[in-house]
Design a protein around this ligand. Structure first.
Ligand code: ADP
Ligand code: GLC
Length: 468
């Protein structure tokens, strides 16, 4: 597998959770799966094994020399491509000035290095590529190494975790990423006058997957297709939706070491302690009888929090709810939350930034968990919420629609603040009926979205490809 993130080494979102959990699950099934990642500056390789020195990775007119480090984690080899000039920086994708200008080169080099790792270190039958950062690998494999016996019969799977990120770069910069202009001219990477590294994956991979069934259908429509819907309709025979799993080793209220108290379906009492502890963290313990709505999210356009502003006066004001928001992202959404945190200092907390422990405590301590996404390929937090007995309030899109039903949470359909408000009102009315609310919580906690089933589907897909 080739990816730009994998937990616990490098994480900004759910992609990392998937790469941290799916490969070990595949290995447990008997497949042999390894992961290739950049060695970002923050990743400590001092205890890792250096398995290759100065691997030459050719791109465009020149080459990069990369050292390859290996760490075995959860029984899975993780290979780190170490190239100081490309990856030895503080951020993954950018810094406070914005996205790095050479991301197309950084991730093209990752793809080319993955082919080198397959050739010298880890003979590979299936290259499973994740998101635009790995989009060039299928193009390289089909066009540049066809004569190399190391790759005879090799197949590629490309998984779309988020169609909204397309790896766009101007045509004139393609050569730096090792892509000749002919691939622009023949339409393989051309996208509205620029080049898209995502498109290279969509065009050249043998199989395409995305992370829920509903999203697999949605991305074939103009509303959700980001301009790629025509291509995806043309490739619909090769496209499948496989729902992400939930890593219950990491997200389980019974064993979670971040919590004030552990709990489970059999012993649910600890959840109340978690709520009190979470409120106390922010000096709001007096509000323990009031409904607590949690948010843990990137505050990107995708996540739909711009919809929330218009309902906060009602929810926090005359409905007297409490809200704890963890995340960062769009400046307008951040200032909206700052505004309401100043207006309702005793009942809205906005913790700006990234904080894994707090994410766990919010999952456990909240009554409701809010995800009003514009689109959501899968979404993991709602699955964590289910296990923690925190009922999700979600927009019915993508994986949110596939994983939440009327017994376990609350859904609204249209992306309208009125619909969100209506849905929240209903959720709060159910909260007021504690017997009914508890029944829903226990049902939610009993839902099983473990990785085993989904990993088996990937494993079956790999086998079909090798037989075809
Ligand atoms: P996405 O990948 O689109 O961001 P997902 O729901 O698939 O959405 O996954 C998000 C993951 O990132 C979850 O594990 C969530 O807990 C974590 N996360 C998001 N924002 C934060 C944050 N501010 N602090 C800690 N964890 C976060
Ligand atoms: C993306 C999507 C999210 C999904 C995650 C893992 O970041 O936005 O919905 O859960 O990838 O597949």
């Amino acid at each position: 597998m080739v990816s730009s993130e994998a937990a616990p080494f490098a994480k900004t979102g759910g992609l990392a959770d998937v790469l941290g959990a799916l490969p070990p699950e595949l290995n447990a099934l008997g497949d042999e799966c390894a992961v290739v990642l950049p060695r970002y500056g923050a990743i400590d390789v001092s205890k890792a094994e250096k398995v290759y020195e100065r691997m030459r990775v050719y791109l465009g007119g020149g080459f990069y020399e990369c050292d390859i480090f290996k760490i075995v984690h959860r029984g899975t080899p993780f290979f780190f491509v170490d190239q100081l000039g490309l990856y030895g920086r503080d951020g993954f994708y950018g810094d406070r000035y914005g996205e790095y200008g050479d991301n197309h080169v950084r991730y093209a080099a990752l793809c080319a290095a993955a082919l080198g790792i397959a050739r010298y270190l880890f003979p590979t039958q299936i290259f499973h590529c994740h998101d635009w950062q790995a989009g060039l690998l299928p193009l390289f494999l089909r066009n540049f190494v066809t004569g190399d016996p190391a790759f005879y019969g090799a197949k590629t799977v490309f998984t779309i975790h988020n169609l909204g990120y397309q790896g766009l770069v101007s045509r004139s910069k393609l050569w730096d990423a090792g892509v000749e202009d002919r691939f622009y001219a023949n339409g393989s990477v051309e996208f509205n006058g620029a080049a898209s590294l995502l498109k290279a994956g969509l065009v050249y991979a043998d199989a395409l997957t995305t992370v829920s069934k509903r999203y697999a259908a949605e991305i074939q429509t103009p509303e959700y297709g980001f301009g790629m819907d025509g291509l995806l309709r043309a490739r619909s025979g090769a496209l499948e939706g496989i729902l992400n799993g939930c890593d219950y080793d990491e997200w389980n209220p019974e064993t979670d070491s971040y919590l004030a108290s552990n709990y489970s379906v059999a012993k649910p009492a600890g959840k109340a302690d978690c709520k009190l502890a979470l409120l106390s963290e922010f000096g709001m313990e007096k509000r323990v009888t009031r409904p607590l709505i949690g948010v843990v999210s990137r505050l990107a356009h995708q996540k739909g929090f711009d919809l929330v502003g218009t309902v906060l006066d009602e929810m926090l004001g005359w409905r007297d709810s409490t809200m704890i928001v963890l995340g960062s992202g769009d400046a307008e959404v951040e200032s909206m939350f700052n505004h309401y945190a100043a207006k309702y200092p005793d009942r809205l907390v906005f913790w700006r930034g990234y904080n894994n422990g707090l994410a766990h405590r919010i999952e456990a301590g909240s009554d409701l968990f809010l995800m009003p996404s514009r689109y959501e390929p899968c979404g993991l937090n709602q699955m964590y919420s289910l296990r923690y007995g925190t009922l999700p309030v979600v927009r019915a899109t993508g994986g949110l629609d596939d994983t939440i039903d009327s017994e376990t949470g609350f859904k609204f359909w249209r992306f309208e603040s009125w619909d969100l408000a209506e849905c929240l009102r209903y959720a709060l009315s159910v909260y007021a009926d504690q017997t009914r609310f508890r029944t829903m919580q226990l049902t939610a906690m009993g839902r099983d979205y473990s990785w085993a089933k989904s990993a088996q589907k990937y494993s079956d897909l790999y086998r079909q490809l090798l037989e075809s």
